[in-house]
Design a protein around this ligand. Structure first.
Ligand code: G6P
Length: 613
């Protein structure tokens, strides 16, 4: 979390920094700040609040300067005040630093620097960096950064400039937080994520753990502070990004989230493109697991966080039911510390939109160190998880900007079906009815998703009602259960209405006590084999006066016992229903948040890419 940007080149830096920060606000929006270097002086402006507050503060001020760095913060150390906003400076105000991540030994370093006479003005861990670099500075910013980075522990990315070296910015990365250098024509950029670079270049260096990049308008020198001698400069490989600038734009949609919900039919098609050969009953995944790896796997473990975790729960039901492979699922923050039992032939699948979530990365590392083969289902080519994985599977959803994940979730589900079919072709070479049905139905899903999106008016009306509730529940069984959880997560994260997603059969063990007239219950009943059980659960809720909104496939039976209004999705194969049933729930959350006038794309206290524990 936190977004950092930097620019060196012939243009005025300030407007580029602000523009690029705006594209990174999804990473955190507690405070924002910039520094522009010009003729030996630093212009610094920062404030609590979003980049828009910073822009308002700067107003029409003319700021001359072609070199600068900027920051948008998700607070960790110290509250989100102007004083704690980045950039942070050294005692003489010549060095300015922006930083993403956590310096774990900051307290010890701070005490050491205080005892040397350094004066601190904020409560952040970041300020330690400014003073540490000051302590080591002897006329060469790159050298001082390398020495300072050898002292800090934790996981972080940082960018720094010095007023005495006015044509340079220096970027460094320790462990996982992402840092990308954008390579332009006689100008260069740095940013925490690709969308902030797309307008200027598609050629980038993706910095690795331990690297320092000294960036001037004419070039980028990369060295490693972990190696000795740490000043050895080496050639980095250029990565070419295939996303286009318009993919990261909001277009005519009121919010990024709405745009991304509407992009889901395209996500489904793009994720499947070139990978499915229905007549030949084959799935093609490039540079993927070997037949032996698939055949030898005794167990699959999925690790993920947030929305991606719900995709992983869907995977567990599918792999166990269809392929009878023992499958575990865990959230990254638990898996990494629970001393997991990993065997050599285990396959661990890390699911992550960004490919940068700290807990998911740490879990995959833990499993890899114990001998597991790592598959990554991710959206971002070149992300940390994609690079560490033995077999990456890209979901091709394009940049996802809204904090609440939508199209990436659908892309992850499609990735899971592809993985299931891929395993199926080596574990069940003779085929199975379930696999054949999935293979046959996948190509029709995009059109069915589009049908849901063609008429959102009923969901908008429903949202008006639900937005007045004090709490809302989502229930379902089997494959509907993770989607109930996802629908609930969407609602709470952007509307702030309390909500819970629950296994429908578990309600009677406690949660039923909460049911009353003001607590609507969205009841997913898309699974034929459990349909009647769901009807009973719905009756149990209705008997407690709570309004029930059933979510069913079209042409479902026993409609006379189901209350109205209902959410009806196009009929599909039950295994694939999650892809369709989540879409109205995303829309429901979206329109509730709009009705309550919430900040849909940047909900309070959250961030899109969680690069801290
Ligand atoms: C944050 C986001 C969620 C996302 C989760 C995992 O909490 O707000 O939308 O699902 O991180 O992110 P990942 O990039 O690993 O999928």
């Amino acid at each position: 979390m936190c977004g950092i940007v930097g620019y060196v080149g012939p243009r005025q830096a300030l407007s580029i920094l602000l523009q690029n920060l705006n594209l990174l606000t999804y990473r955190g929006y507690d405070s924002a700040g910039v520094v522009v270097s010009h003729n030996g002086t630093l212009y610094i402006e920062k404030t609590a609040g979003k980049v828009s507050a910073l822009e308002a503060l700067i107003g029409e001020t003319e700021v001359e300067g072609h070199v600068g760095i900027g920051h948008t913060r998700w607070a960790t150390h110290g509250p989100p005040t102007t004083l704690n906003a980045h950039p942070h400076t050294d005692c003489q105000g010549r060095i300015a630093v922006v930083h993403n991540g956590i310096i774990e030994n900051y307290y010890v370093l701070r005490q050491e620097l205080l005892s040397q006479g350094h004066k601190f003005t904020s409560e952040t861990d970041t300020e330690v960096l400014a003073h540490l670099i000051e302590a080591y500075y002897q006329g060469d910013l790159g050298a001082a950064v390398r020495r300072a980075m050898q002292r800090v522990r934790g996981a972080m990315a940082m960018v720094v400039l010095h007023s005495g070296e006015p044509d340079k910015i220096v970027a460094a990365k320790l462990d996982t937080p992402p840092l990308i250098v954008g390579l332009g024509q006689r100008e260069n950029f740095v940013a925490s994520d690709i969308p902030a670079l797309l307008k200027y270049t598609n050629k980038v260096y993706i910095l690795e753990d331990g690297e320092v990049a000294e960036i001037t308008r004419d070039g980028v020198r990369v060295s490693s502070f972990l190696e000795r001698p740490s000043r050895r400069v080496y050639q980095k490989q250029v990565t070419v990004i295939e996303w286009t600038p318009d993919m990261a734009e909001q277009g005519s949609y009121a919010h990024y989230m709405l745009k991304e919900i509407h992009e889901q039919p395209t996500t489904i098609q793009d994720t499947l493109r070139g990978r499915l050969d229905e007549p030949a009953r084959r799935v093609y995944l490039e540079n993927f697991l070997s037949p032996q790896q698939v055949q030898n796997a005794h167990r699959i473990t999925f690790v993920a966080c947030g929305t991606a975790y719900h995709a992983a729960l869907v995977a567990k039901y599918l792999f166990e039911q269809v392929l009878r492979i023992p499958t575990e699922v865990d959230v990254g923050s638990e898996y990494r510390y629970r001393y997991p039992i990993v065997e050599n032939e285990d396959i661990v699948v890390a699911i992550s939109q960004s490919g940068e979530t700290a807990d998911t990365i740490a879990s995959a590392r833990e499993a890899q160190s114990q001998g597991a083969t790592i598959v990554a289902i991710t959206n971002v080519v070149g992300s940390t998880i994609s690079r560490m994985a033995d077999a990456p599977l890209y979901i091709r959803a394009g940049p996802e900007i809204a904090v609440a994940s939508t199209k990436a979730f659908v892309g992850q589900l499609i990735g899971i079906y592809l993985l299931l079919l891929y395993f199926g072709q080596f574990r069940r070479p003779q085929g199975s009815p379930a696999l054949q049905q999935i293979l046959a139905e996948l190509p029709h899903l995009a059109a069915k998703a589009q049908r849901i999106l063609d008429d959102t008016a009923p969901i908008e009306r429903l949202a008006q009602e639900i937005s007045r509730s004090k709490a809302c529940f989502f229930i379902g069984r089997h494959l509907d259960e993770p989607i109930a959880r996802e629908g609930s997560l969407k609602l709470k994260e952007i509307s702030y209405i309390h909500s819970q997603g629950y296994a429908a059969g578990e309600l009677k063990h406690g949660t039923l006590a909460l049911m009353e007239r003001e607590t609507p219950v969205v009841a997913l009943a898309t699974q034929e084999n459990l349909y009647e059980k769901m009807l009973s659960n719905i009756q149990e809720v209705l008997a407690r006066s709570a309004p029930v909104i059933p979510l069913i496939q079209e042409h479902s039976s026993n409609l006379e016992v189901l209350p109205e209004p209902r959410i009806v999705i196009p009929r599909t194969n039950d295994y694939l229903a999650p892809v369709l049933s989540v879409i109205p729930l995303q829309l429901l959350a979206y329109y509730c948040a709009v009705a309550l006038d919430r900040d849909v794309d940047q909900p309070r206290n959250l961030a899109k890419s969680v690069t801290v524990e």
